[in-house]
Design a protein around this ligand. Structure first.
Ligand SMILES: C[S@@+](CC[C@H](N)C(=O)[O-])C[C@H]1O[C@@H](n2cnc3c(N)ncnc32)[C@H](O)[C@@H]1O
Length: 143
């Protein structure tokens, strides 16, 4: 799971716990505040599996080059619905958007598929950690 442009530290703690629960790793940018946010949100018995990148778009490009499937989580015209997303059968990265701006355009170009979670309420979007957790559980085949 890759929240590559995080804004709120609390979401990283939540995502780390979902990664632990599903056997996934978390990839985060080397922002100065991220280590403390992860430490504060760590309620696990063991430290979570965390990878670090100083170059989120370059990291995504390298993952694609090694054959990783890149799944974006975003409300987008070309997105498939969560119910249509089958469990992952190959190495997969889940890309999450910035809490205010979403996934940046240069990263949208690197997605193999974009998935959206249908909403029927009055809100414009879900919390990013909720959205990422739902998609991760679906890809893990645990829902
Ligand atoms: C709060 S939303 C961003 C909203 C932003 N104002 C926008 O319009 O892009 C933060 C991130 O959560 C994820 N997200 C939230 N709701 C979603 C939904 N219903 N379907 C798919 N992704 C969602 C996306 O990764 C999104 O970039």
């Amino acid at each position: 799971m890759a929240p590559l442009w995080p804004l709120h530290g609390a979401n990283l703690g939540t995502l780390a716990r979902t990664c632990d629960a599903t056997g996934a790793c978390l990839t985060v940018p080397r922002f100065p505040w991220v280590p403390e946010a992860l430490a504060r949100g760590n309620t696990l018995r063991k430290p979570p599996c965390v990878h670090w990148t100083g170059d989120p778009v370059g990291w995504l490009e390298r993952e694609r080059a090694r054959g990783t499937r890149v799944v974006g989580v975003e409300l987008a015209d070309e997105a498939i619905r969560l119910a249509e997303l089958p469990p992952a059968r190959e190495r997969t990265v889940i890309v999450l958007g910035h809490e205010q701006q979403g996934i940046p355009p240069e990263a949208l170009d690197l997605l193999d598929v974009c998935v959206e979670i249908p909403m029927v309420g009055t809100g414009a979007s879900l919390n990013v950690a909720v959205a990422g957790s739902l998609v991760l559980y679906k890809l893990a085949g645990l829902l």
